[in-house]
Design a protein around this ligand. Sequence first.
Ligand code: 13P
Length: 255
Amino acid sequence: MEKIIGANLKIYFKDKKEFKEYAQTLIKEMDFIKSDSLKVYVLPDFLNIPQASEIFKNTKINIGAQDLFWEDSGPYTGAISPLLLKDFGCTLVFVGHSERRRYFNENDYILNKKVHACYRVGLIPIVLIGETEEERSYGLTDIIIEKQIRIILNNLPYDFLKNIVIMYEPVWAIGKADAATPEIIEKSFKFIRKTLLKIYDKNLSENIKVIYGGSVNPSNASEILKIKGADGLGVTRSSLNVREFVKIIRIAEKI
Ligand code: 13P
């Protein structure tokens, strides 16, 4: 089964040069990857996407965006058109990172419109779901996950949904010293697939890609990737240093 390993670079790079060096080092360090069972993606900030698409051209690294707007064009000041993301070489896009919910007031209904935009223009959404610490403390984890899946994926064609990626990223596990425990991750993975089975069918529930994000590093990557139903990892802090990111990629290659 193909494993997906991705870097969400947020806005950590402070100029074009810094990003360029990062991207060029990553290409060199990734020379070893021959396997077709690994899909590596990088999500630069929007302004570095044009140079990312030049630098990563004809390499095994896929480029994506951290967000998109739900309309293709029109009077939407400051928005990012999904059509332009495609035109600049993005194949993937995050939909619903918790930082978008927290700082930009995104909600499940907005995210549903964004997934529809992905469908329309042909981008693969990486749909982020997961509970906050407060929701977990009230025992609402499963309810939140089910609600997010039902609303965000509402009214989309089955053939499109088969190829999307779901990223379980509990909000309380982002930016911490360690990831959620393998027990917690496994339980949520199971619940996500169970919910997909309830709404769709066995085929979709078993074959859709489900990955984990939240404080992934080279020390915990292996145990997370070994969890039943784990198709990959989403990383930020440990992806900012190329060597550390490549360590995680190598771990995934071996599993
Ligand atoms: P960290 O890997 O820094 O915890 O961030 C996770 C994240 O937000 C990935 O989307």
